[in-house]
Every structure is written in C-alpha cells, then in structure tokens.
Design a protein around this ligand. Sequence first.
Ligand code: PLP
Length: 394
Amino acid sequence: MDLAKRLDRLPPYLFVEINQKIAELRAKGEEVISFAMGDPDLATPSHIIECICQAARDPANHRYPQTAGLSELRRAIAEWYKTRFGVSLDADKEVLPLIGSKEGIGHMALCFIEPGDMALVPDPGYPPYYLGTILAGGEPYFMPLREENDFLPDFEAIPAGVADKAKLMWLNYPNNPTGAVADLDFFEKAVCFAQQHALVICHDAPYTEVTFNGYKPPSFMQIPGAKKIGVEFHSLSKTHHMTGWRTGMVVGNADIINALFKVKSNLDSGIPRAIQYASVEALRGSQKHIAERNAILQQRRDKLVEVLNEIGLKARRPRATFYIWAKIPQEYTSVDFTNKLLDEAKIAVTPGIGYGKEGRSYIRFSLTIPDDRFEQGISRLLSWHTRSCHCEER
Ligand SMILES: Cc1ncc(COP(=O)(O)O)c(C=O)c1O
C-alpha cells in the first residue's frame, strides 16, 4: 500500500503508546495506577446528562446537525464569554462550536499553512499544535518554555526571520503540561509581537476553569486588539467533565472563524444535536460542580506536590490545570524514568519528551484519578522511593 509521505512525519500518538504498555502489564495481571491521562475522573454532572437523555428521545435530534451548530449554542457561548471574561462576541460571526477543541486545533493549520510555511509552537506543548502544522505540509518552529521564564515563551529570542516567515503562533495558558499561567501583560506582549510580524495567534484555553485558591485566569480575548489578530479555543471537556461527549468552541476574529468554518463544513457535519443542547445546559445551568471539583483537585495537588518534592522530584504547585510537571534526576531521560516508575512501582505517568525536546527532563502527573486510587498511588510512590534508597545504600 502506498501511504502518503506526510504520515511518515507523524510520531505515534503519545497516549496510544503509553496505553499499550499499560494494557500489556495489566494483561499480565499487574495492577497499574495511571497518572498519565488528563481525563476528569468525576462524572458529567447529572443536570447535563438529563439534558442529553431528553434531547436524545426527540427524533428531530436524530438527523444531521450543522457545522455552524445551533444558534442557541452559539448564543450560550457568547453569553458565557461575556459573563466570565467581560468579552463581547457576535454569536453568528465570532463563535464556532467544535467537535471537541482538538478537532478545531487540528484543522486550523489547513486555513493558513501552505507547504513549507512555519508555525510557532510551544515546547513543551499539546502535540496537535505541531502535528496539525506537519499534516498541512508546514514546519513547526519550537518556542522553548523554560522554568526560569515561568514557562512562558521569550518572544525576543525568536529570530526575526522566523517570526516574519511564520503564519501562526500557538499559545496555551493555563498550560498543559507545565501547569503555568499567563497574565494580561503577557497576552498584551503577544498581541504586539503578532502585530509586528503579521502573525495569527491561536490561544488554547481549555483549563481556565480548573483552578485553585480562587485564581481566575484571564482570556486572551480580553486584550484590545486580540480579536483583530487571533482566536481562542475553549472546551467543555475539562470544565464540565465532558471529554467523552466531544464539545468545544473557538471564538474571536470573524475572518479566521469563517476560514475554519469553510474547512470544517467540507469535512464534518457538526456536534450531534443532543450534545449541543447539553452544552447549552452546561454553559447556562448550575456551575456548582466546578468549585466542588476544584476543591477535590486542590487537595490532590497539595498532597502530590508535597510527596514529589519529598522523594526528590522537584515540582511547582500549579495555580491551574490538573497537571503536575515534575523534574526528574538528571541522570535519566524522561522515557527511562517513566519506564522505571512503571516497572518498579507500577505507576504510569507521561514522559515529558512526548510534549517536545524541552520536556526531556520532566514527567507529567495528572490529578484525574479517583481518591482511593490516588491515595494508593501516593503510598506506592513513597514505598518505591524508600526501596530505591535502601538499594542505593547497599
Ligand atoms: C491544551 C489542550 N488543548 C486541547 C485539548 C483538547 O480538549 P478537547 O477535549 O476539547 O478536544 C486538551 C486535552 O487534553 C488539552 O490539554
């Protein structure tokens, strides 16, 4: 079979490989505790599920949806942006529902990237930013996110020739995998940089509601001028524990939204209507579950960060996201250390290298595992560490 050459440029999707290894161990009867996947362990709130069930019973919702989504959903998204961030959006021109934000992120490059064009992509970063670029025939330029810069890109370090040649810049705060956050000053600098170099900014913000100690991350769209040069991707996945239902959105510049609509309307038929009604309910209905969930995650965050630092894996306490980005001892690669944890402690994490070269000295823990498994995982880490120390002493 003569497969397209572009497939040769794609690495195996990181989670597929990890899941395969976990499945192999489980098949051998090993009980693995996985801190690897960023997928909320809590159920979708019942008022949202009720809405899906009701809508699913109506035959009108059994037919093809539309790429643009229901007008009611676009309006609910615009209202939510107004209430949450004070950002005004035209629900018909500046809002587009997505079949999960990953879908829109992946398709975005097709709107701007010609073969050989560049996109500026954070390293470490959520892989679809650079994978979409590659699928469109483009070249990612990786912007290092380093601890000494609080995991923000240094725009001044990007060579002018690269910035001028690039078409798109991807940003993501609160950040996966580092847990870092960005303030409005940073977003303002990003908008200036984009204006200087005629770049489009795609800001990916699915974690703005997964936060601790009352922190409220801003939206990139709050910056005057952001709407002229960019869009923001958002998602109901993490906020409302809806990863399995596939619902998200992109908002911002009307021409960019229209370009993405053009690509999508030729490839997909939109979010199933029952899920769209549930999304309206998620956006307009009770938000009580968000604070409750964040309180649970905050306890797990505090416990895990404490234990990781105790066992020599240096980790910051993130203000948002459900990820802990932990530095490993320098004699290991992130893949070696991940395998060591899996083999010796039966703990699965994600190796930092999966998010880019800058992640080579880190591993990522996700806090999204049920409390009892989480506690078991913590005990395993502690006893594994004690065993390893004894081995070294002998
Ligand atoms: C930074 C980031 N963007 C986007 C997504 C995709 O979310 P969705 O479920 O909306 O496709 C994820 C999921 O892990 C993510 O971490």
